[in-house]
Design a binder for this molecule. Structure first.
Ligand SMILES: [Zn+2]
Length: 278
């Protein structure tokens, strides 16, 4: 059984097709470049003058989006360490009028964690009084670092792309699935399962890999839950009855463990922590 890749584009298109498109998204990603490409692909889809085709080269609009030259698509990056209030004021000024060249006025804010309270406050009007013509994307590598006023007004998506491993090792995937199942079903009792698990893992990199697979599984569960997508892993589908908050917490714990594993830690203890903090 292979895990499905996180497919941001697909999720956005479904929302668009169902006419349930949010007006602002917070995207947590491990690959900003890839994430930008997917967003642009989506924007071409919904704005294209022709019947959209992949790599549309017929219309000028797609060409302009590809090259970040469309006046109605504003891409904001931090000016130094922060995204300044003036940059947001500029954005608001530009979007006072309805879009002329495209269906939407669109903005992409890179490094959304660099919005400070003053620039975020300036942003709020957009987010509180959604104008049907405005569509926004906030990109970050860690949503925990994004100011709450922004976070709470966006729909959150995870766009995690495979790093060094293109295809997940099936043995590890099965280990991760059994472990997660154990933790979710018998809670603290799963601590006994850790012993069994550690017999199969020898190097730190084995633990690291297992945690990465677990992270991917929870990210998928989250994305499937909010998009009502079909279960990629049937045996774990029951976890989706939990709240989004619950899944966030799991994702956060695993990320913390992945950070800690880089320092010399007792790896068995690390897995036990996952059980006990879950
Ligand atoms: Zn086109």
């Amino acid at each position: 059984m292979a895990l499905k890749q996180t497919d941001l584009l697909q999720q956005l298109l479904v929302q668009y097709r169902d006419q349930k498109l949010s007006h602002a998204f917070l995207l947590e990603t491990n690959n900003v470049l890839q994430c930008m490409l997917e967003i642009k692909e989506f924007l071409k889809h919904i704005n294209c003058e022709e019947e959209f085709q992949e790599n549309c080269d017929k219309c000028n609009l797609c060409h302009l989006i590809n090259n970040s030259l469309l006046p109605n698509l504003l891409i904001i990056e931090p000016d130094g360490q922060v995204i300044k209030k003036e940059q947001i004021i500029e954005l608001k000024k530009m979007f006072q009028t309805k879009p002329v060249f495209s269906k939407y006025n669109m903005y992409i804010i890179k490094n959304a964690e660099c919005l400070n309270s003053s620039s975020a406050n300036t942003m709020l009007k957009f987010l509180e009084e959604p104008d049907g013509n405005i569509l926004g994307f906030f990109i970050t590598n860690n949503k925990e670092n994004v100011i709450d006023t922004i976070k709470s007004r966006c729909q959150i998506f995870f766009a995690h792309y495979p790093l060094e491993v293109e295809k997940i090792n099936e043995e590890y995937e099965n280990l991760a699935i059994s472990f997660i199942k154990e933790v979710e079903m018998v809670k603290d009792q799963a601590i006994f399962y850790v012993d069994e698990l550690t017999l199969k893992l020898t190097k730190i990199s084995d633990y690291q890999y297992l945690l990465k697979v677990m992270l991917k599984i929870y990210l998928n569960l989250y994305n499937e839950k909010i998009n009502n997508k079909e279960d990629s892993i049937k045996e774990l589908a029951f976890i989706k009855k939990q709240t989004e908050q619950y899944l966030f917490k799991k994702i956060k714990i695993i990320k913390e463990l992945l950070e800690q594993i880089q320092c010399n830690v007792n790896t068995q203890l690390l897995l036990e922590r996952f059980v006990l903090e879950s």
